[in-house]
Ligand binder design. Structure first.
Ligand code: APR
Length: 308
């Protein structure tokens, strides 16, 4: 039997992610949105592409949670994207209402699913979904670090004119202005980045990574990035459904790891069939540690605003 993945929110991120997963062929997909006709129309359009993309998956568009019943994974993309000049944190009050209502609907019909949150502000919304679902922490995680790392990898590859496949990075912390790209661990073909680029150049690429989402928002003017966020989410779905045991940076609820307790923040995790199978702890320098704690504190501020 094929796996079942439901995607809540049939907007830019949700629909793009659904199509990427449809191309893989390992899971039937349910696309749910509040707007009548939108998920049905996009779902049917994707289904009509399956003969061409050589995939036998079923794709259903719906406005009803009962169609999502017994999903293995539910991806929550429902939420408002930011407009130029807004930070992700400005979305907290609007998106908390949506994520709360959506999580309740999801849990009612799929009490054993794994939830991947994509709605922003990412870490706070992941913590909200964890709180509402009452699921164990391994089954509720957020997509952010893969995207932030991918941006960093892209900029480094561009700068050095090398394949993006050669570039490996580690980005910790919340998905916001306080994220922590750990340049010490960044390699290109196994070579430390510090051997290949001067410090000022690396700092410039870090700065562009931290502001990467905003760069796209100011270009698009009506919405935020979706191709790279959707691809990052699909990579998490792959790792879980295919039990790949892949080490990927994801937003996870920490209970003492990295000296942080009771807050969702981005860390390297091992992703397999049980979702978060391990939180990988690495030794940080005092500066990196302070930056990670600062980032976690920024998430905590939002948690307080949400009253959790
Ligand atoms: N239930 C289901 N769907 C909802 C709900 C709800 N309560 N509220 C809103 N939606 C749907 C909208 O109707 C819309 O189709 O969520 C979809 C969001 O799609 P877009 O507006 O295109 O936003 P998108 O770019 O996909 O971003 C979604 O992901 O990256 C983050 O910051 C981004 O929070 C945003 C989220």
């Amino acid at each position: 039997m094929r796996s079942k993945v439901s995607i809540i929110g049939a907007g830019n991120v949700g629909a793009t992610c659904a199509f990427r997963i449809a191309e893989k062929g390992y899971a039937d997909i349910v696309l749910l949105d509040v707007i009548e006709g939108l998920p049905q129309g996009k779902g049917l359009d994707m289904l009509e592409a399956t003969p061409i993309i050589d995939s036998d998956v079923k794709i259903t568009g719906t406005n009803e949670y009962k169609e999502t019943a017994n999903s293995d994974i539910v991806v929550i993309t429902s939420g408002v994207p930011r407009k130029p000049g807004m930070s992700r944190d400005d979305l907290v009050l609007t998106n908390m209402k949506i994520v709360r209502e959506v999580t309740e609907g999801v849990v009612r019909y799929s009490p054993n699913c794994i939830i991947i949150v994509v709605a922003n502000p990412l870490d706070a919304m992941t913590q909200l979904a964890l709180h509402i679902s009452k699921f164990p922490r391994n089954r509720v995680l957020g997509q952010s670090g893969i995207l932030d790392s991918a941006r960093f990898r892209t900029f480094i590859a561009q700068e050095l004119d090398v394949s993006v496949k050669n570039v490996s990075t580690c980005v910790l912390g919340g998905h916001g202005d306080a994220m922590v790209p750990v340049t010490r661990l960044c390699t290109v073909g196994g070579i430390a980045i510090s051997e290949l680029l001067p410090e000022e150049k690396i700092d410039g690429l870090v700065e562009r990574t931290v502001k990467g989402g905003g760069e796209i928002v100011s270009l698009l003017k009506t919405g935020s990035a979706f191709y790279a966020p959707a691809a990052a989410t699909a990579q998490m779905v792959d790792a879980i459904i295919l039990d790949r045991k892949e080490i990927l940076p994801c937003a996870a609820y920490l209970e003492g790891e990295y000296g942080i307790n009771g807050v969702v923040v981005g860390v390297p995790v091992k992703l397999g069939k049980n979702a978060i199978e391990q939180i990988v702890e690495i030794k940080l320098t005092p500066e990196e540690d302070a930056a990670l704690k600062k980032s976690a504190n920024a998430v905590l501020e939002l948690i307080k605003i949400m009253g959790l």
